[in-house]
Design a binder for this molecule. Structure first.
Ligand SMILES: Cc1cc2nc3c(=O)[nH]c(=O)nc-3n(C[C@H](O)[C@H](O)[C@H](O)COP(=O)(O)OP(=O)(O)OC[C@H]3O[C@@H](n4cnc5c(N)ncnc54)[C@H](O)[C@@H]3O)c2cc1C
Ligand code: SF4
Length: 418
């Protein structure tokens, strides 16, 4: 039996066990839909004290000669334009963002939609807005549309959020990439061609290339290197807390969560920063078990496959792996969301307040989170500033924060039981 390497360790084991039981010879062929083979990543990682994405990314840029000059330097002079990828929109907002091209469902897709609606009527979400590509040709059209209309602004506003704008300048290509409708090489080559033609700036093109040639390949390598034990990791010792009920129905007064959830429920999609700095952040601050956050993510997103969801949820977002994917926990208060979005101006909570009636749950839980992990985080040089700010809070303030945080967490847990 010859099979393509699956994207889920559980599936690989099931195939291997079945083949062994039936005494069928099995050949698992590499998936050429990635730049880096699993063994190649393991080889790169061997002997390294830490597997840092940036090191891997530079290795990939050199190896595949992407955005490199003939003298072996990165195009534009820098490897990474991350510092130019963090602008917010300001009061004026993103302006008129062109909606992505959408695709009319063909007969087969309509049949599938009807079947999902019939069989899973009581599940969260809806198929009403389904407009994704289902063929290679359509996926290429989506890529062209992104390159022309959104790539030029992608870099600058990669981290920004704006209410009722689920896509902004992102590509929405993850689903098509993960289902092999389009190859990562097509996406990288098209972005580099746009740079060469002077149609997109380097911070956008490098930012996009970094996501695909860097992060996407890196998390896959980590998944296969660390599995099967990776899924059990829980480095912040979270108890058996489940995701809040608003992660299933979107019903909450927290505007940032509500807005991100509308996108998840309508499109099975939220852009990266909503996943990381809104839904993932809330989950982390409340103390949801990382595996439960991953299970929820697998149930809700159209692009979720084990190899990519697990390192992103358990690793990057929840720091459940203790720093294998990310180099430090991505944690922030409501002030970060306020800076990067317009959600807070429309919210009943105040991102600046950690205690009292109007306190933003993110801000309360942020200080409580740092306080709970004080010993662990104090050893992390990149968290020095955050820990120093925590140390400035006096005992009385910390008591009030702890009390308010425990009320928020109790509320989340009671909601889950109801
Ligand atoms: C908590 C959390 C869970 C995630 N789960 C998934 C998942 O199940 N499936 C998935 O494909 N991505 C996942 N990501 C990564 C990323 O958020 C999505 O790939 C991205 O939001 C998809 O939207 P897009 O196609 O518009 O991406 P864009 O912002 O346009 O980025 C371009 C492409 O880069 C790739 N990419 C970017 N970041 C990552 C990353 N961290 N890991 C892997 N690929 C990346 C994707 O293929 C994406 O299509 C997750 C991130 C977080 C923080
Ligand atoms: S105030 Fe807090 S809960 Fe409300 S939108 Fe801002 S960050 Fe989210």
């Amino acid at each position: 039996m010859i099979v393509l390497h699956p994207g889920d360790n559980r599936v690989l084991n099931a195939i291997q066990n079945e083949a062994a039981e039936l005494s069928i010879p099995l050949e698992v062929r590499p998936d050429d839909h990635f730049y880096c083979e699993i063994e190649e990543f393991a080889e790169w990682a061997r002997g390294r004290k830490r597997t840092v994405m940036e090191d891997f990314y530079r290795h990939m840029r050199r190896k595949h000669n992407v955005l490199m000059t003939s003298s072996g330097d990165p195009v534009g002079g820098e490897w990474n334009y991350d510092s130019e990828n963090r602008e917010s929109f300001g009061k004026g907002g993103p302006g008129k963002v062109k909606p992505p091209c959408s695709f009319q469902a063909d007969d087969i897709t309509q049949d599938a939609i009807r079947m999902v609606e019939r069989r899973f009527a009581d599940h969260p979400g809806t198929c009403e807005h389904f407009d994704l590509p289902v063929t290679h040709k359509q996926a290429r059209a989506l890529l062209r549309d992104f390159i022309k209309h959104r790539l030029p602004q992608f870099g600058k506003w990669q981290d920004a959020i704006w209410m009722d704008e689920p896509l902004l300048y992102h590509s929405r290509l993850s689903f098509a990439l993960n289902l092999h409708l389009i190859s990562p090489r097509d996406c990288v080559d098209a972005a580099v061609a746009a740079y060469d033609a002077g149609e997109a700036p380097i911070n956008s093109v490098e930012g996009f290339v970094r996501q695909i040639l860097g992060w996407r390949e890196f998390v896959r390598g980590i998944y296969w290197k660390e599995m099967p034990s990776y899924i059990e990791r829980n480095e912040l010792w979270c108890g058996d807390v489940d995701v809040p009920s608003c992660f299933w129905d979107g019903k909450t007064d927290m505007r940032c969560v509500c807005d991100a959830m509308q996108s998840v429920l309508k499109h099975g999609y939220a852009h990266h920063i909503q996943r990381l700095m809104v839904l993932g952040l809330f989950s982390q601050l409340v103390g949801v078990h990382p595996r439960r956050f991953h299970d929820w993510h697998m149930a809700m997103y159209v692009d979720a496959i084990d190899w990519v969801s697990l390192p992103n949820t358990l690793g990057m977002s929840q720091y459940g792996d203790g720093g294998i994917v990310g180099t430090k926990p991505y944690c922030a208060s409501g002030n970060y969301i306020n800076k990067m979005s317009n959600c807070c101006s429309d919210c009943r909570f105040n991102p600046k307040e950690a205690t009292g009636e109007d306190a933003c749950p993110f801000t309360t839980l942020y200080w409580d989170f740092l306080d709970r992990h004080r010993d662990q985080f104090s050893k992390e040089p990149r968290m020095k500033l955050q820990m120093r700010n925590l140390d400035r809070k006096d005992d009385e303030e910390m008591q009030a924060i702890r009390l308010q945080a425990s009320r928020v967490k109790d509320f989340v847990k009671t909601e889950m039981r109801d």
